[in-house]
Design a protein around this ligand. Structure first.
Ligand code: FES
Length: 320
């Protein structure tokens, strides 16, 4: 059984994705592979703008290949596309917006300010994007974003930042669908992106704690300086075993290899910040901070400046 409508559509795509999907008047062709990648990029922008499964996306754009891509992107994001006739005037649009309360609006570029004002008038807080028939507008611009930083032919290098973004947008872990969407965006085989996601410990493949996923360094310098104590606190306060979410769903932990802050051992990484020079007590305070939504300042948890010697400088104290 297909998990959503997009999967049903995709199951009918030909194995050879270079085959044409749409031939646009004037000679341009959109292949199935390009359709797959472009719909993943647009879906990524929509979810990044806050569109969640079941939300509506109001669309008032010209009939074009880009509009088909947008339709597939909505389906892919689990959103409901609300098509609005391009002939509708302000009164009609205001009625539809206030009635449907869409999470996002996509309109023709020249109607952006009108739709933004109508969204405010209709009392809805929503994101308004634009899409022109020639692939112009803010939606395609945002979709290029991260990928455009890489040279032509090297777009696959964006795989790590895109996976990281997808993980941030999905509560700290990567479901298979997110990995596949990143692969489609970059035109890479799904298995290649899965290889990356499984290789790096920065990517999680199962749900983690909502407030903190603690990665405890267990490599030699940290072990010698008390990593076992930190793991004991995790076992006591979170769960006896790694990769299990605490009863309240807020915390999880795992042991990882060296995270590059050995001089301040022992240490943990929580999301993108490190907490260093830990003791059982100070690590407990770090967890308390995350539990109350007020995490402590990252870095050393003792009176040490960055990785300078404890107690202040020990060399070059005199200038001659
Ligand atoms: S050994 Fe723990 S950070 Fe390097």
């Amino acid at each position: 059984m297909q998990s959503n409508l997009f999967e049903l559509f995709r199951s009918r795509f030909p194995a050879d994705r270079s085959r044409p999907f749409i031939e646009v008047p004037g000679g341009a062709t959109l292949s199935y592979g390009e359709l797959e990648a472009a719909s993943a990029r647009y879906a990524h922008v929509l979810t990044g703008a806050g569109v969640k499964p079941g939300d509506r996306v109001a669309v008032q754009v010209d009939k074009s290949a880009e509009a088909v891509v947008l339709y597939l992107a909505c389906v892919r994001a689990g959103a409901i596309l609300l098509p609005l006739n391009t002939a509708y005037q302000s009164d009609e649009l205001e009625y539809f917006l206030s009635d449907a309360v869409p999470a996002a609006v996509v309109c023709q570029p020249h109607r952006l300010s009108e739709l933004e004002a109508l969204a405010v008038k209709a009392g809805i807080v929503t994101c308004v994007l634009t899409l022109g028939a020639k692939g112009d507008g803010t939606l395609p611009e945002r979709a290029k974003g991260q990928i455009e930083k890489y040279p032509e032919g090297r777009q696959a290098s964006a795989v790590i930042p895109l996976l990281w973004k997808a993980q941030e947008q999905n509560g700290g872990w990567l479901p298979q669908k997110a990995i596949e969407a990143v692969a489609d965006q970059l035109g890479m085989p799904h298995i290649r992106v899965l290889e990356v996601a499984t290789f790096y410990t920065m990517f999680q493949l199962a749900p983690v704690g909502k407030k903190a996923h603690v990665q405890v360094c267990g490599t030699t310098p940290c072990r010698l300086r008390g990593a076992a104590d930190i793991i004991e606190v995790c076992q006591h306060r979170i769960h006896h075993d790694p990769f299990h979410v605490s009863k309240d769903g807020n915390f999880s932990w795992e042991e990882v290899e060296c995270l590059g802050a050995c001089v301040n051992a022992p240490m943990v990484l929580i999301w993108k910040d490190t907490y260093e020079d830990l003791t059982k007590e100070s690590f407990g305070k770090v967890l308390d901070g995350f539990a109350s939504g007020n995490p402590p300042k990252p870095g050393p948890q003792i009176d040490r400046q960055l990785s300078a010697p404890v107690g202040g400088p020990t060399t070059l104290k005199e200038v001659t």
